[in-house]
Design a protein. Structure first.
Length: 486
């Protein structure tokens, strides 16, 4: 039985709530397709069941010990410490991401597609992440229509603010400003000020989340058109799905690009809750900041070079490498030699390695499959594929990388370049629109479960030294430690 189908693991709350409720482990049949035709109706059905489930679990296993952690983990970005509950996805070091228990290939197969398309619609993934259930085509059509209707209420003052920003400002800075300006529309903020019962918080988070998701493609498109196309905006087409309408507002009509954008929005949506953008959104939301403010915080994290900006670094690396080879195809031996030159200078090969993954990122794999289908002879793609065949072996021999395999950033920029979206400073904004599909449903569930404000305990180095001394710990590598090991 696949690991994603297990009901109880050490990290317990990461499997799909609906999947667990109907699992054969409980003597029932698995339930795949949802029944209610609106997302709100489905959540009204699902939320009470999950609230009861989590309440009972906490009562029964609240004192269950999830494990210990070390000083190195405390100083090392809390890697490996199981300290968050995020219902929407689970990242396995060997297998990669699962969205509510489903792998990316499974999502590509099961989620509804646009007419004539082969990639999953982002709206379908939004339903899956919010409810834990694979939606029907009718449910996705209804959700698409609902998001289109909500987007018609896009506030005009946001367009004026975006238009007034200098085009020299980084697109991600503009994106955060645009999201913050949308906060005037927060229904949760208004309800909280009016004294709404806390049991209803999640419903207002739902309203804000869907409104925000409906607004984001327009914010992102206006930033793109203002910054790179002289402020010539393109009106939305409310009859289109999210990916196709976003592409249109950006200025792209190519059907393959629409398919790429749908795939891009799906695979960048969620990567469990410990990454910077997801955790920042959760953390700020735990203070009952509304979804607009919480998501804006997450996007400031995504703008960091070690998070969302990584795809820009990878693309620049690949293009610089191509230029070094005089824009010609070269042998594996020549590529290998240049990679060693880079490593011997103390530099890194961007796009390879991941904090959790220890195999090729499945988000990379599905992009490679898209490229093989649509642009197999593109020179930059051929170099990306060549690097995939060479880099893991070089990094393994180099011996300083725990994971020598490519991550999602190793591929996405080359695909966007092929379809003439060449402004790499903008790529992280696309990432941000996608990430809303994961972190906002997660935020909704935070409020449904009544999670408290996040407030971990911090200590000083002096405190840690005293604790180690009091426990009689001996320095690693010392004679005492060696004697103890014997």
């Amino acid at each position: 039985m696949q690991s994603s189908r297990r009901v109880f693991t050490v990290s317990c709350m990461r499997t799909s709530p609906i999947r667990a409720s109907y699992s054969p482990f409980f003597g029932g049949s698995q339930r795949m397709y949802a029944t209610a035709d609106s997302l709100r109706d489905k959540l009204n059905e699902v939320v009470p069941k999950e609230q009861a489930r989590v309440k009972k679990f906490k009562q029964d296993f609240g004192e269950f010990n999830l494990g210990s952690y070390t000083v190195s983990q405390v100083y090392g970005g809390m890697r490996g410490i199981k300290a968050l509950v995020t219902e929407t996805s689970l990242l396995d070091a060997e297998e990669g991401i699962r969205f509510r228990g489903y792998t990316i290939p499974e999502c590509q197969k099961l989620l509804p597609k646009a007419k004539g398309g082969s990639e999953p619609l982002p709206e379908g993934l939004l339903w899956l992440l919010a409810t834990g259930e694979v939606p029907t085509e009718n449910q996705v059509r209804n959700l698409t229509a609902e998001l289109s209707e909500r987007s018609k209420k896009f506030p005009s003052h946001v367009s004026k603010i975006l238009k007034g920003l200098p085009t020299s400002m980084h697109p991600m800075t503009q994106f955060v400003i645009g999201i913050s300006a949308l906060q005037t529309e927060s229904k949760f903020a208004a309800a909280y000020a009016a004294g709404v019962n806390k049991r209803e918080y999640w419903q207002y988070y739902f309203e804000d989340s869907l409104d925000l998701i409906s607004f984001l493609p327009r914010v992102a498109a206006e930033i793109y058109r203002n910054t790179y196309h002289g402020g010539k905006l393109i009106d939305p087409d409310y009859s289109l799905d999210m990916g196709a309408n976003f592409a249109k507002m950006l200025g792209f009509e190519d059907e393959q690009f629409k398919e790429l954008l749908r795939l891009y929005l799906v695979i960048h949506s969620d990567h469990e809750g410990g990454n910077v953008s997801a955790h920042s959104t959760h953390l700020v939301g735990s203070a009952l900041s509304d979804p607009y403010l919480s998501f804006a915080a997450g996007m400031t994290g995504l703008a960091g070079p070690l998070h969302g900006l990584a795809n820009q670094e990878v693309l620049r690396f690949i293009m610089k490498l191509r230029e070094k080879f005089n824009n010609q195809d070269v042998s594996n031996e020549e590529v290998t030699k240049e990679l060693w030159n880079i490593l011997n200078k103390g530099q890194v090969i961007p796009g390879y390695g991941h904090a959790v993954l220890r195999k090729t990122d499945p988000r990379y794999t599905c992009q490679q499959e898209f490229a093989l289908k649509h642009l197999p002879n593109d020179p930059l793609f051929k170099l990306v594929k060549q690097l995939y065949d060479i880099v893991p072996g070089v990094l393994t021999e180099h011996g300083k990388t725990a994971n020598p395999w490519p991550n999602v950033d190793a591929h996405s920029g080359v695909l966007l370049q092929y379809y003439n979206l060449k402004e790499e400073n903008y790529y992280t904004v696309l990432f941000g629109v996608s990430r809303a599909l994961g972190v906002l449903p997660s935020l909704l569930w935070d409020r449904a479960h009544g999670l408290p404000i996040e407030r971990p305990k911090s200590v000083t180095t002096e405190w840690l030294e005293a604790a180690a001394k009091k426990a009689g710990a001996v320095p690693a590598g010392s004679a005492a430690a060696a004697a103890g090991a014997k």
